[in-house]
Design a protein around this ligand. Sequence first.
Ligand SMILES: CSC[C@H]1O[C@H](OP(=O)(O)O)[C@H](O)[C@@H]1O
Length: 366
Amino acid sequence: MKVDGRHFRSIWLEPDGWSVGAIDQRLLPHEFVVARIESVEAAADAIRTMLVRGAPLIGATAAYGVALAMRSDASDAALDQACKLLIATRPTAINLKWALKEMQRALRPLPLSGRVEAAYARAGEIAEQDVAINKEIGQHGLALIEAIAAKKPGELVNILTHCNAGWLATVDWGTATAPIYLAHDRGIAVHVWVDETRPRNQGASLTAWELGHHGVPHTVIADNTGGHLMQHGMVDVAIVGTDRVTANGDVCNKIGTYLKALAAHDNRVPFYVALPSPTIDFSIDDGVRQIPIEQRATEEVATMTGRTADGRIETVRVVPEGSPIANYAFDVTPARLVTGLITERGVLKAERNALSCAFPDRASGY
Ligand SMILES: CSC[C@H]1O[C@H](OP(=O)(O)O)[C@H](O)[C@@H]1O
């Protein structure tokens, strides 16, 4: 997407043809800094420290990480070691496992001499496939927004989103935001309620930054505000992203999503989840019991980082020393609370039959 008139993606192959550029998302919205990833270890660190984050972007970064590893050593042992290093970075987003499986599938049959070129080619395909899929998600989600707008001519379409499932969470366009960008660009009057999304504030720091740069009207809200807005008819639809969807449509996403889904259900607000098919995990069907929920460092809850009035970036503690802290990074929304899944192949019911019919190749575990 565009940032100050220049087109950016969240990750890209540098002109040297081997190193990888990425926006350092830890520094947004205060600083726009481009990082350069030059080894599989650096790719793993980028995922682990959330320099890059978001399920599809994590997958794309891992794919490039394997390509960087092959530059150093294209052996089977090096390929396995690279995948072992990368898979250990973050446990919840299934796109990471999917991307590594794709890289193994592409490289394992090849002679060592052909692996570097093939690795960069496959990583590039995964990145381009993500962009193309997100545009499709945008089109299918746009139809939902257009239908809402048609029922309230001349009024704003109020959309609530949680965390950041924007172009920064993918290679480009985003998942939950793709329909929003398309609707805005088509002249539909949309307004986005942006959940700040504690503790890392992906909404306040990343989604608000994205929407602001694209000129999309939005309002940042404390995470606990959504239910009140829904009770007062101020939310027409909720659209969120996801890190893993089970075969029967359970949705794992950033912590707090489940609570928004409950509030939406109680207030009859449509609750949609936008996802590319690599985010579907057909190997499990009980999200609450089978999806590993990442627990991150307690400092993320204990501290806040921001810019002082004189422009300095500072981190301050907001929890008493000695108070125990729990930092669960995701939760699972049961399929029964999901109105629909916005995928590249259409808006689907959150149920096994719909998902397996739409994606038979994935469902069969090819
Ligand atoms: C389009 S996937 C976005 C998804 O990823 C985020 O998690 P994190 O920022 O921890 O990588 C969040 O769950 C978003 O909904």
